[in-house]
Design a protein around this ligand. Structure first.
Ligand code: AMP
Length: 279
């Protein structure tokens, strides 16, 4: 497995692979890898001849008061996991490599980013789209793998590839959870023991939502109210949002039907966690 830090090194290797007629799968990440990331890489490993993973904590997608500086990093552990899975190349650039002097081009999206995380993190998806677009141009993958854990991000990336005619198949992969239900996240490391226990309110509320839908609840307002009431029982939790939106447009819906995304963001202490289910 190669670990490279420059765009030129990635492009050189990818050109050789393409010349040999090999397919390329790509898994973009911010590192501090866990089983959620690993599941995307395994999926890429099965589907493609060569697997590229990027590890880049992208400053452009963090707001001023967010956790860019404290975001956990551990390249050695990440490299070990990638090696075990059979990743062929890790791209681990510095911010200066991605955003050279004078950088001023962005990918902005007018739809799909008004609700959910786009509402509470106004510059987030501009940063995500810009960096993913750049990474797609650098790696030129045939397939790119994203987790449903970040369901709005998955919808945004699908839209971007369609709108900008990128010849890349976007593969969505299911949420990987801890044994007790908490969705795996690099940010779980911020939680102290008491917060870790309190964080279970997210997955418990997802389970409650799924149960209510399976029992026939179709009114989005009723569903959201029941889910919010359940979260409010946990004193350490503060709701950012609980919403039901169309999976394709990320616009609010009134009726729960097929292809509706029920998503939430909840602060546990200072840590903002997300979870969701798709009907
Ligand atoms: P991140 O490093 O948090 O930017 O995530 C990189 C990719 O891994 C994104 O496509 C995420 O959706 C995906 N991912 C993160 N956590 C999980 C999880 N628990 N299950 C599935 N995919 C995940």
């Amino acid at each position: 497995m190669q670990i490279v830090s420059t765009v030129a090194e990635v492009q050189k290797q990818v050109k050789e692979w393409k010349k040999a007629g090999l397919t390329i799968g790509f898994v973009p990440t911010m590192g501090y890898l866990h089983e959620g990331h690993a599941s995307l890489m395994r999926c890429a490993r099965e589907k493609c001849d060569k697997v590229v993973a990027s590890i880049f904590v992208n400053p452009m997608q963090f707001g001023e008061n967010e956790d860019l500086d404290s975001y956990p990093r551990d390249l050695d552990a990440d490299a070990k996991l990638c090696e075990e899975i059979g990743v062929d190349l890790i791209f681990h650039p510095k911010a200066e490599e991605m955003y050279t002097d004078g950088f001023c081009s962005f990918v902005d999206m007018n739809g799909l980013t008004k609700e959910l995380c786009g509402k509470s993190r106004p510059i987030h998806f501009r940063g995500v789209c810009t960096v993913v677009c750049k990474l797609f141009h650098i790696v030129t993958p045939d397939y790119a793998f994203f987790g449903q854990k970040d369901a709005q991000q998955l919808a945004v990336i699908r839209r971007m590839t369609t709108d900008l005619n990128m010849d890349i198949e976007i593969v969505g992969c299911p949420i990987v959870r801890e044994a007790d239900g908490l969705a795996k996240s690099s940010r779980n490391t911020y939680l102290n023991e008491e917060e870790r226990r309190a964080a279970l309110v997210l997955s418990r509320t997802i389970a409650l939502g799924e149960k209510l839908v399976s029992e026939g609840v179709r009114d989005a307002g009723e569903l959201i109210s029941a889910m919010k009431a359940n979260i409010e029982k946990e004193p350490l939790a503060r709701i950012d949002y609980v919403e039901a939106v169309s999976m394709d447009t990320i616009e609010k819906v009134e009726t729960i039907e097929k292809n509706v995304l029920v998503a939430m963001a909840v602060f546990i202490g200072k840590t903002r966690l997300i979870d969701n289910f798709i009907v």
